[in-house]
Design a protein around this ligand. Sequence first.
Ligand code: NG6
Ligand code: CA
Length: 508
Amino acid sequence: IALIVFFTNCKSENKDEDKEKIEIANTDSKKDTSTKPNIVVIYLDDLGYGDLSSYGATELQTPNIDALAEGGVKFTSGYASSATCTPSRYALLTGMYPWRNKKAKILPGTAPLLISTEQQTLPKMLKKEGYQTAIVGKWHLGLGTGVVDWNTKITPGPNEVGFEESYILAATQDRVPTVYIQNGNVVGLDPDDPILVNYKENFEGEPTAISNPEMVKMKWHHGHNNSIVNGIGRIGYMKGGEAAKWSDIDMADHFLAKAKDYVKTHKDKPFFLYYAMQQPHVPRTPHPRFAGTSGLGPRGDVILEADWCIGEFMKTLEEEGILENTLVIFSSDNGPVLNDGYYDDAVEKNGKHDAKGGLRGGKYSLFEAGTRVPFITYWKGKIQPKVSDAIVCQMDLLASLANLVNTEETSTDSKELLDVLLGESNKGRENLIIEATSRTALRSGDWLMIPMYPGKNFREKVGIEVGSLPEFQLYNLKEDIGQQNNLAKSNPDKLAEMIKTFESLRGK
Ligand code: NG6
Ligand code: CA
């Protein structure tokens, strides 16, 4: 608006010049009206840096996600804030480093809402700027204030921190309650069969994966031996709510239908949709259409299923005529794990697949595979395809998207990197503190520094090196992406510099 006023007010002797100025003004005003594109965040659960063919996977093909990577900006140093779900989602939605909140750890299904209703959030910011806002999929940020009655309206939850509409699973697919919750109400609940949930003890007489192994179809490897739902042992105990229980094999189709429906019914005004898919987290339960299709077992199958869902979702944007006015951001909440607690052939059928994509570690790890994840921005007609090595973190969406919608957000840890996200600049973050199971490390430029941590480095059950060693670790990621060569001793100056930056950022 400012530009138009300026140009129409200024008189020029030269008619051609005037014409040119008006054209510039017109282009700019066009730009102004398109600064409120729809925004969709597609977020996978436990998808690794090497799990997509566009990120180097050779053992499975993910054509629909690849189309986003090839038609948009494919980041090679895109990060989740953390190596587990809850803290990463906390950072994504609040723009805050999760280690500032001691409660930002993997939450049980009965945990209270982790985000304060006073806190700034990505959906709140967008809502204030006129956006319609919704979440479809995995929440895992707690619900209620402490004692949740699942049979009445469950609040506060997503609807109280900025989402006008919510259709969620409360925690994880492997945790009770195994029901969908729409705007605070359990979907399909029969009032005569109330739901009870307890994470400490079982309800008398209810079968568990330990007491009734004959009822279990997917065997548990570690944990996951409490209540049995659909033949799968879960974390936590649940009683009742029979009619409301979800069907695991239909979950992907179910969320996809909700996401598509949201687009179709909200396309006339700008919307923000957080489509938080459940794959490839455990239990991996591909729809029969996908079972056996990857050759890598259910873990590969659900990745193909997720890829298909994304293709269908993108088709919907196109069919509804809003593809060119929609910014799509694709990423994952943390790195990969093969065995996360069930015998599901993920290890046995993995073959040559490298879910870590050449990085070290995995989910739960301070090594790169814990937090470095596929990260893609796609906006047809607006973003030019490229590969970017800039360091970006999901936490940065809040400030960057604030800029996109012509406002400012400076009260959080979120960095304003809109140009980088749109592929117009390569100047990403200089520093990023990453987090894994309450430990932190520093990525700075090409370097990664992991402080000394007690405890075991190799977590046998999941088969992952989590990064805890009794000495400082320093890696040059440009030369040593697999982090095999600890330079802490041979490069004491760099180490000292990294420790200094780390301490100043962590506030020590
Ligand atoms: C762990 C679970 C794991 C997974 C994880 C959360 C056990 C033994 N392991 O505690 O299966 O649910 O929590 O994953 O229970 S996340 O992606 O949501 O962070
Ligand atoms: Ca996860």
